[in-house]
Design a protein around this ligand. Structure first.
Ligand code: TRP
Ligand code: SF4
Length: 332
């Protein structure tokens, strides 16, 4: 079976944007591939180095979210980056052969530094972010990496580094040390938050997988709608309404068209329309919530699953590093 690997930084609990983007895809990949999914806590530190206090909480939170949506520790290896020190060892070795200019030209390097100009990010760790990501991927000899568009330059860099490593340390008559990892582009759908902007923790407009039924409704009820629909008797335009964008993800076509018609003719009010959406979102969220409440009854279970995953990951990285040390001709 070919291998898939992907990671998430533990920067907060997961919301329905993550579900529709990454998680539903990760879930399905489990049927076809040997999957490795991990919490990239070192990567989170590259920008959160001065506020590490939430990392542990978010790590447990996200693994709980993963299990709740059906990532299956029997089939997939779920693990924590910082528990597998070989990622760092490989990063050091790769750093010897990676020209600084390759890292400096990765677009996210300049972009994120501009977005976060209040923070000192002229650090070695931040510049090296995509190289650590390379180590994460190739240490498992992953063939495919499901990621969004924003990560494509990082995958490109990882292939360049792999080619350089293989040609520098590989021998002509044996297999290359590392395969070149390919991205599996995850269509990142634009999921609007309750204020109409992209759903994001930092905008405070997200519906979380762990939200209770009441919390979901309290967020949907005041959600932004077609601004032209001021009064109940004003007809609206679903094309201009973020609530309707959510309907497209959650509500079956027939029901959705009915709501759209009701909107255009002022036959239904926005609250009616949101109630329909709420019921549909609940069909997705309530089984997730049920699994979460089971997990919350056994708080040690999540930690145990992570530590079992770490052991499985460790076995793979130990094997790879024997080959790597041999290739680099280190004493062993
Ligand atoms: N950079 C990724 C992100 O921000 C997280 C990540 C770290 C990752 N290491 C990885 C993703 C390896 C895929 C493979 O989303
Ligand atoms: Fe949006 Fe629905 Fe209100 Fe129309 S009825 S404006 S689609 S919330």
């Amino acid at each position: 079976m070919k291998r898939v690997l992907s990671g998430m930084r533990p920067t907060g609990p997961l919301h329905i944007g993550h579900l529709l983007g990454a998680l539903s895809n990760w879930f399905e990949l489990q049927d076809k591939y040997e999957c490795f999914y991990f919490i990239a806590d070192w990567h989170a530190l590259s920008t959160m180095y001065d506020e590490p206090e939430s990392l542990e909480e978010f790590t447990v939170e996200i693994v709980t979210d993963w299990l709740s949506v059906g990532l299956d520790p029997e089939r997939s290896t779920l693990f924590l980056q910082s528990a597998i020190l070989e990622h760092a060892e490989l990063f050091v070795l790769l750093s010897m052969i990676t020209p600084l200019s390759w890292l400096e030209r990765v677009p996210s390097y300049k972009e994120v530094r501009q977005q976060m100009s209040h923070k000192e990010l002229a650090t070695l760790g931040f510049l090296g972010y995509p190289l650590l990501q390379t180590a994460d991927i190739i240490i498992y000899r992953a063939n495919f990496v499901p990621v969004g568009m924003d990560q494509l330059p990082h995958l490109e860099l990882s292939r360049e580094v792999v080619r350089r490593f293989n040609s520098m340390y590989g021998s002509e008559d044996s297999d290359p040390v590392f395969p070149e990892p390919m991205h599996l582009l995850t269509e990142a759908p634009k999921v609007p938050g309750t204020d109409g902007r992209k759903m994001s923790k930092s905008y405070n407009n997200a519906i979380y997988l762990k939200d209770s039924s009441d919390e979901v409704w309290e967020k949907l009820r005041p959600m932004v709608t077609d601004p032209a629909r001021v009064k109940r008797t004003d007809p609206g335009d679903p094309e201009k309404c973020p609530v309707f964008e959510l309907h497209i993800f959650f509500t079956p076509e027939e029901k959705r068209e009915e709501a759209a018609h009701g909107c255009r003719t002022a036959g239904i009010g926005c609250i009616d329309c949101k109630k329909i959406l709420f019921e549909e979102i609940e069909k997705t969220l309530s089984p997730i919530r049920e699994r979460r409440s089971e997990l919350e009854k056994h708080p040690d279970m999540v930690r145990q699953i992570l530590s079992d995953g770490n052991k499985k990951a460790q076995i793979e990285t130990a094997k790879t590093m024997v080959d790597v040390r041999r290739a680099v001709q280190l004493y062993q």
